[in-house]
Design a protein. Sequence first.
Lengths: 150, 150
Amino acid sequence: MNGLKTSLKVGLRILELLSRAEGHPLTVREMAVRLEQSEKYLEQLLLPLRRARIVTSVRGPHGGYLLARPAAYITLLEIVQLLQGPVTFCECPSRDCKECLSPPIWQALESCVEASMVNVSLADVLAGHTPDIPGKIALGPNWVEGGLGI
Amino acid sequence: MNGLKTSLKVGLRILELLSRAEGHPLTVREMAVRLEQSEKYLEQLLLPLRRARIVTSVRGPHGGYLLARPAAYITLLEIVQLLQGPVTFCECPSRDCKECLSPPIWQALESCVEASMVNVSLADVLAGHTPDIPGKIALGPNWVEGGLGI
DNA sequence: GATAATTCCTATTAAGACGATATGGATTAG
DNA sequence: CTAATCCATATCGTCTTAATAGGAATTATC
């Protein structure tokens, strides 16, 4: 959560280009020029994007990459999970993990972020839609009101 | 966001010990034995905790560390920010960053997590309080309903 | 005051993650 | 056939972070 990885930033810009190309395949070379990145690096990012069926490829001359689906049907969550890794605070399975002390708290935070991101499409991101005030997790029945005071 | 850092996990366990000690100073040595960690490593974590005034120290013989405040007045957010780093997705100041495409989205996610964590105290964590269903960000007035379809 | 217990501080090492590059193979239009 | 293009893997270098090391400063006790 400490900043976006470069792979995600660049990946988003790739998807931006593909989205604006609208059905016309873009070559890695074109993207490399427009994004000022090396072709090889972009290829490395396009590989998982293709395997996850977020983009499609056409091989041979006049080939290139396309968005596999309309941008409105690609969620921010799948992009992030793919290029930045899963949104996890604590992976422990048990309910009382000795390391993180309270898995439910971390799981709630994960759900908070995931539920938010699955609700935002690539089209939303490109359109610059601004989200509203966020919700936040609330403690359950065990919670003692006023425990935090000020 | 890819898993909790070791420093945070161990830091939380330190705070757990101090919380249960209730005013009686604990030495680094004691904590090292009970947590099965090296004294030197714990010292390194206690340093920022003390500077942030989350713990207090007593020097000399019969010295040790104490919680600086009751656990109910220590928020999860400050612990996380201190030992894991700030909760940031994108640090760009401008509203249309070329790298992350849409700062408001990331800022909303940050706020979502921060607002949740500031609401959870160390006491809550130790008590194993389980948070409710999380809220999530919602797109603002520009949002087109049904944009995501399925 | 000497001594021992303890915190305090900085430097250094070790291992892993990640950005980036390099090299070559596979596919296909013309 | 050949050139354009995607496909795949291996490798290198840098930065972050966990962990160690060594010693300085403080203070209770005798």
